[in-house]
Design a protein around this ligand. Structure first.
Ligand code: GH3
Ligand code: MG
Ligand code: MG
Ligand code: MG
Length: 333
């Protein structure tokens, strides 16, 4: 698993390389606009200009500036309405807005802030003051960028963590060798199924299958060959069972098949099919050594006589024991 939480966590305050600051200056007076453009120019800035609110709006939507300096009174769309629209539009709602205007009455200042302005400068302004206010705005913009970046990192960690958890959960429920659901998984399925089948008054059965004389395969051809046989038997059982049966690896060379909506006769027929399919398959144990393996099967069908799933499995185990005792390669229900 590739955890990166330890090396560069979201709480780290590493100085990061910041984007160029995009500033949009808006004024219907060409001289003011020219002046602003010259004054604002700098290596770390991109300066855009517009001569009215409507053009500014188009530029803002296209370029998503970080900061906007706008005049109030302009043709087509004034600065106040420009503010309102930008604030209401998702992609521009966070732009830092400085109103630069000749209006200096308190009511007008209040109106500008109510429309969404972040700062207010009365004309004529001095470059020093404007620069200082832009710096203050830039600090806020950078701070917001850091927060957004940290949030993205946290979201990414959360996604990775959720995926890792899913993988772990999957691993805890799956048999490593065969890829089948493991015993824990089968027990959960069985428990749930018993409740479900009881509710709908449907039958359910358990098929316990055990490979005959499996130890001999290990002893004769080696453990790897034993593993190969286990995997193949697992895949034969999977292939021959119905899609709603759960074939699980119960342990060693034993497989439990949990059969929903399956009475004694139906599960008996399925068990026969499984037994024949395994018996029929020709294994290549080693170079020049081919042969067959068989399985013995015990079946138990759920009824109110059983206390719980453990009792049901115990019954399937008893039948399996009898199948072994009576000569193996057979089904007992
Ligand atoms: P029976 O017909 O009575 O079931 O005889 P058996 O030899 O199949 O049963 P026994 O319980 O004596 O031996 C089972 C063997 O399965 C012993 C164990 O080493 C082997 N085994 C269990 N798990 C694995 C595995 O994952 N891989 C391999 N290769 N062998 C395994
Ligand atoms: Mg004007
Ligand atoms: Mg066995
Ligand atoms: Mg066994």
């Amino acid at each position: 698993m590739n955890y990166r939480i330890a090396d560069a966590g979201p709480t780290e305050t590493k100085e990061e390389k910041l984007d160029k600051l995009t500033i949009l200056a808006v004024d219907d007076d060409p001289l003011t606009l020219l002046y602003l453009k010259k004054m604002l120019a700098g290596d770390s800035r991109q300066i855009l200009t517009a001569s009215n609110g409507k053009k500014a709006l188009e530029l803002a939507f296209d370029h998503r500036p970080h900061l906007l300096i706008t005049d109030w009174r302009m043709p087509k769309l004034n600065g106040i309405d420009l503010c309102r629209i930008l604030r209401k539009t998702r992609k521009t709602q966070h732009v830092y807005i400085i109103m630069l205007t000749g209006c200096e009455a308190d009511d007008e200042l209040v109106e500008a802030f109510n429309a969404g302005a972040d700062d207010y400068i009365v004309k004529p302004f001095t470059p020093k003051v404007l620069q200082a206010r832009i710096s203050s705005g830039e600090r806020l913009i950078r701070y917001q960028q850091t927060i957004r970046r940290d949030r993205d990192i946290i979201e990414q960690y959360a996604t990775e963590l959720a995926a890792a958890n899913r993988k772990l959960q999957n691993m805890a429920m799956t048999d490593f060798l065969t890829g089948l659901p493991n015993r824990r998984n089968a027990l959960i399925r069985l428990k749930n199924l018993i409740a479900e089948m009881d509710r709908y008054e449907e039958s359910l059965s358990c098929i316990m299958a055990d490979i005959d004389h499996f130890k001999k395969i290990n002893d004769t051809y080696g453990h790897d060959c034993g593993d190969m046989v286990l995997k193949k038997v697992a895949s034969i059982l999977e292939e021959k069972a119905r899609s709603y049966d759960m074939v699980s690896r119960w342990g060693g060379e034993e497989f439990l098949i949990v059969c929903a909506r399956s009475n004694r006769l139906e599960s008996f027929q399925l068990a026969h099919r499984l037994r024949l399919a395994v018996e029929k398959h020709e294994f290549k144990f080693t170079e020049g050594h081919r042969g067959h393996v068989t399985i013995s099967i015990g079946i138990a069908t759920w009824s109110p006589d059983f206390v719980n799933e453990d009792e049901l499995i115990k019954e399937a185990d008893n039948c399996l024991y009898l199948a072994k005792k009576h000569g193996r390669n057979r089904v007992i229900a």
